[in-house]
Design a protein around this ligand. Structure first.
Ligand SMILES: [Zn+2]
Length: 172
């Protein structure tokens, strides 16, 4: 099993705003901090390239809507909270398994999956949101349809991860 999230979500879960902030300072064996940071930013951007919301890294967990931490997990590789009926300044937690030897591909796929949950998606078979997804290196049409139903198609220029709020970026 890949993800500890419940398989059944009732009602539509989503953020009712476009600017969604996140924070992580995770460390995984075999990866530098820069590599983890780049993978996590890319996982957010995977969704933001097709849907109209703007993910933004912030420099403190207090200010973040989504806070990702590494954690000692059993069978699951990850877990994420869901934005069901949340206020704009709500905070969701995410956990990524620390007691495993990640490949870059598996870590990125898991981050994309858990961020999908943090944006409101439930589990769907045959997609990156499958609870046991293995080897998806991009979103499927179903993933794209689900995210666009919540946030609309991207109409504004893509946010550039390198330009995500440089002020708050300097810890790196
Ligand atoms: Zn899941």
């Amino acid at each position: 099993m890949k993800c500890e999230c419940p398989d059944l979500i009732t009602g539509v879960c989503k953020w009712n705003k476009k600017d969604i902030t996140y924070w992580e300072e995770m460390n995984f064996s075999g990866f530098t901090r820069e590599e983890v940071k780049a993978l996590y930013d890319e996982a957010w951007m995977t969704w933001a390239r097709v849907a109209d919301f703007n993910p933004r890294r912030v420099d403190s967990a207090d200010k973040a809507n989504v806070v990702a931490r590494e954690a000692f997990l059993g069978l699951a590789l990850g877990w994420s909270g869901l934005p069901c009926g949340v206020s704009d300044n709500a905070q969701l937690g995410q956990k990524y398994k620390s007691n495993t030897r990640w490949t870059k591909k598996a870590l990125l796929e898991t981050m994309r999956h858990e961020i999908g949950h943090a944006l409101g998606l439930g589990h769907m078979r045959g997609t990156i949101m499958s609870p046991s997804a293995m080897g998806f290196d991009k979103l499927t049409e179903k993933d794209i349809k689900e995210i666009q139903e919540r946030y609309g198609k991207r109409t504004s220029p893509e946010p550039d991860p390198d330009k995500l709020d440089k002020e708050e970026f300097k810890i790196f």
